[in-house]
Write a new protein. Structure first.
Length: 280
């Protein structure tokens, strides 16, 4: 029953959201988008809010005229490109985040000097950073997907750094003093005590970084002009929105599902890595 609670809860949330969508649309159509003389915040016509069955129906329809490939197959193919870029970015960002966490742990002056800049780097709008990374990558002769990976890594490293640093500092003082009393050096304390204690914190940071890396990859595809990826598919659907608004909603839906699955894979890895800890 415990294993069924989470998927049943997710299914219930989706049913409620679907009911709210169709209920809002039905209400708007009944009152012509006005209640007591006040217009509804979002128009409920089919161009602004397609019916859910129209959105899902578009997934099994051909993606392009004269092409038998369904929209769902096309979007899934584009999503795999984005997820690959996000995975590369997550890997690079996580390694950088772990390295910075270890550096900040042992060099407090460096931590105090760099931490404010790391925080500031995350406050800069991504739409401003992405074009610069793309231009730098182009000047260096790199492929566009490398720039997309760099953008994903840029968003991924920060949560890993913060959570890993907190985890590395989590062992009680009595355990640290015991390790020092038996002659363990910094490296031995790091590998034998601090890293095992930090694993739950690291995975918490990885889950946040996974979501951020997918967002970074999608935004990067919009700026890099890769020609592939769910980000480009979303942009193309937005260009032709008036001809098929349901296709844009379908692309966003597939991107959201891909992000959820990406995070769930990390959750499974976390359960496997921490299975003995949970058993105790």
């Amino acid at each position: 029953m415990r294993r069924l609670t989470e998927p049943l809860g997710a299914l219930l949330v989706m049913v409620v959201l679907a009911g709210l969508w169709e209920g809002y649309k039905g209400l708007g159509r009944a009152v012509d988008d006005r209640i007591l003389g006040i217009g509804l915040p979002v128009a409920t016509d089919d161009l602004s809010m397609p019916h859910l069955w129209t959105i899902f129906g578009s997934l099994i329809a051909p993606a392009r005229a004269g092409d038998p490939t369904s929209l769902a197959v096309y979007l899934i193919g584009e999503t795999t490109v984005t997820l690959r870029e996000a995975l590369y970015g997550l890997t690079a960002g996580s390694l950088l985040g772990l390295a910075l966490a270890v550096l900040f742990l042992h060099l407090t002056p460096v931590s105090r000097g760099l931490m404010p800049w790391l925080v500031a780097s995350q406050t800069v709008p991504l739409v401003a950073i992405a074009p610069m990374i793309v231009i730098w990558g182009g000047k260096a002769g790199l492929q566009p997907w490398v720039a997309v990976t760099g953008i994903a890594a840029y968003l991924a490293f920060f949560p890993v750094t913060i959570n890993s640093l907190r985890g590395l500092k989590s062992p009680p003082k009595v355990q640290l003093e015991f390790m020092r009393s038996v002659g363990a050096g910094r490296a031995r304390v790091l590998w034998s005590l601090r890293f095992p204690a930090a694993l739950p914190y690291v995975f918490a940071g990885l889950r946040l970084a996974a979501t951020a890396s997918v967002v970074g990859a999608i935004v990067g595809e919009l700026s890099a002009g890769t020609g592939r990826g769910i980000g480009r598919a979303i942009l193309t659907s937005a260009y032709y929105y008036s001809n098929g608004p349901e296709k844009l909603y379908a692309a966003v839906l597939v991107a959201a599902i891909a992000g959820i699955l990406f995070v769930q894979v990390l959750a499974l890895l976390e359960r496997f890595a921490l299975r003995n800890r949970h058993a105790r």
